[in-house]
Each structure stands twice: as C-alpha cells, then as structure tokens.
Design a protein around this ligand. Structure first.
Ligand SMILES: [Zn+2]
Length: 264
C-alpha cells in the first residue's frame, strides 16, 4: 500500500451522503449543472444533475449508488466529476450520483422499504424512480452507465448492452484492468469474454427472470445507444475500486468528448 492509498483509506467518508452531496453541489456550481430533487421518501435528499442549457450530442447518463452497499461506485463517480468539470460544462449529461443514500449509510443493497431499486425501473410509483423516468423520457444518450460492485467477483467486469456489431466493452476495461484485473470465472452462469458480458437482444427474458426492470435495460430500450453496467469486486481495497470507476468513466467520456462525434 502506498502513502496515497493509506491517506485515502484513513480519511474517506464514503458512507456519508450529506458530505457527498456538498461536494456534488460544488461540482454543479463549477460545471453549471442544475440540481434536481427527486423527492425521496427518506429524510435523505436524492438528487439528479443535468445541464442548465441544452448541449448538442448524445451525451451520457451516469448513475451510482442504486445499491447502498457499493460505495466505490458512488465515490468513483464523484471523483471523476470533480476532475472533469470542463467536460461536464460542455457535454450533455444526466447524473444520478447516489440513488439510495439510506442504503449507503446502512451499507444495505435495498432501500428502506426493502426494494431493490435496480428492479424498479418499470415502477413509476416508486417516487425516485418515477421522477427519473419523467426527467429522461424522450431523451437519447450515447451511453447509459450504471456503476456497481459485486461481493462475489474476484475482478472487474462489464455488462454491455449494445447494438449488433457495436462493441466497445473490451477496450473500456483496459485502463481499469491495470488497477484491478478482470474477473475470472462465471457471472450469472456465463463466462465473460475479456471481462465483458455482452447482449444485443433478449432483454424481456432477463427482466422476467430477475423479477423487475433494471436501470440499464430500461435505458437501453428507451433511448440509450449502449448501456454499460460496470462492476468492481467488493473485497479489493476501496482506494483501488474507486480508481477503477474513475478510469472506466474516463474511457467512456473519451468516446463522447471533444473531437469525437459520439455514437448517438
Ligand atoms: Zn449493484
């Protein structure tokens, strides 16, 4: 462990959503993003961020913390945003920085009502989900990115929902794989190829199999050219897991950033 990692692990406040929200407010000010209250049922505010002015291009949907026991995803998205204020000022983005703050405080996957919010994207009656569905209705994104962690994984991996003939997943994992290697072995009964579980069809079957609509599938079926669910292994050092999320986001941003027309 180097001194940077030691200092990070001694000082992080990754289960403190109020502190995270203060940092997001600072990002929003600098990047001229609007903060929208998603009207959570819990005492903890749940917000989304989007551009104040419409920006050209397909843009990014970025989300973390839908599962409260996956803190590196929340930290990684925030750290990447703090390091990429210019990008956020210029590119169309819709960001959900921490969808389940109660879960983050209590280190729980589900929300206080025991719901897995990542099976609720077909349930607009769940207030925070209904608010997101309304805000993104009719919007197109080049990429929808959902950041997660996995207790069973021994490395990083990616679910890639994409059109036939389009595959960016293996390239996107390259930088993060220098920090934590790719997962070896099966995920949901399948062996990832180069760390990537790719699908182009059969979404309805997955939804009925897992008992609800995940964020990524909803986005893929409703306006996202590609939907990426990135996972880091929960038992690695928090510092390295956060780095992986930052590296992964850098890769995605480079595909839509200045000098690149994007894919949608
Ligand atoms: Zn998760």
């Amino acid at each position: 462990m180097d001194s940077g990692e030691r200092a990070y692990l001694a000082g992080h406040r990754s289960h403190d959503p109020a502190y995270l929200l203060r940092r997001w407010r600072s990002v929003a000010r600098k990047a001229k993003l609007r903060i929208i209250d998603l009207k959570s049922e819990t005492p903890h505010p749940v917000v989304a961020l989007c551009n104040r002015h419409s920006a050209p291009g397909g843009g990014l949907y970025l989300s973390a913390g839908i599962h409260g026991d996956e803190p590196a995803a929340v930290q990684g998205l925030l750290q990447w945003a703090e390091e990429n204020v210019c990008f956020l000022r210029e590119q169309p983005v819709f960001i959900v920085p921490c969808l389940n703050p109660w879960g983050l405080i209590n280190n729980r996957r589900e929300d206080p009502e025991g719901r897995d919010l990542n099976r609720c994207f077909d349930r607009p009656e769940v207030p925070v989900i209904g608010a997101i569905l309304e805000l993104i209705s009719g919007r197109e994104f080049a990429f929808a990115v959902s950041l997660h962690e996995d207790f069973d994984a021994d490395g990083i991996y990616l679910y890639e929902l994409a059109r036939r003939g389009e595959s960016l997943g293996p390239g996107l994992l390259k930088k993060a794989a220098k920090t934590i290697p790719r997962h070896q072995g099966r995920v949901d009964g399948r062996v990832p190829s180069d760390g990537v579980l790719r699908r182009t069809r059969g979404m309805a079957g997955i939804v009925s199999e897992i008992g609800g609509m995940p964020e990524a599938i909803h986005l893929f079926l409703n306006g996202a050219r590609s939907a990426l669910t990135f996972e880091t292994p929960s038992e690695y050092s928090l510092y390295r897991r956060v780095q992986c999320h930052v590296r992964f986001l850098e890769g995605v941003a480079s595909l839509v950033g200045p000098g690149n027309g994007g894919t949608g």
